[in-house]
Write a protein that binds this ligand. Structure first.
Ligand SMILES: [Zn+2]
Length: 162
């Protein structure tokens, strides 16, 4: 449904030419262009710098490992979302971050933005209720254990291959 109806009045949008932008969805009732909206999320390769290990987690009853991730709040900077989500989900303080890459994820209608989030060690590690189980892996183990055919795998392998 995203982008087919006006988010203010529910009227069906029609394609209309907008100068310098090309064809943009337009609401004939509001007489406003409605640029497509979507979610923004961050995905984190959490690295323990002391041991050079990567954190992978299991969530939602699934049996395979993925990366820590979460939605970005409106008005929030991506780098702040990275620090907040890692703190909320794992208890750990991120010391510095590195931007990796982004990919649109159709299933969640979200632009996924991947970062490496470095933590000094795992002394603060205290996973919250959103994490079913977890493990710290060496780089090779992480590559072998991340969920096949997942966006997490795409991000992780791209990072490890750099
Ligand atoms: Zn409208």
């Amino acid at each position: 449904m995203t982008g087919k109806f006006c988010r203010e009045c529910g009227t069906a949008l029609v394609p209309k030419e907008l100068k310098n932008e090309g064809i943009v969805p337009f609401c004939p009732k509001c007489e406003q262009f409605r640029f497509p909206q979507y979610n923004v999320a961050v995905s984190m390769i959490v690295v323990n710098e002391e041991k050079d290990e990567i954190l992978l987690i299991k969530q939602y009853g699934r049996s395979t490992y993925i990366l820590v991730a979460g939605y970005v709040s409106r008005g929030e900077a991506l780098e702040d979302a990275v620090r907040r989500e890692v703190k909320e989900e794992t208890g750990m303080t991120v010391t510095h971050i590195k931007f990796n890459r982004t990919q649109f994820f159709e299933k969640s209608d979200a632009l996924m933005c991947n970062f490496t989030a470095f933590v000094k060690d795992d002394s603060e590690f205290d996973p919250n209720y959103e994490i079913d189980s977890y493990a710290w892996f060496t780089r090779d183990e992480a590559r072998a254990n991340v969920r096949p055919d997942s966006l997490a795998k795409y991000f992780l392998v791209s990072y490890l291959d750099e």
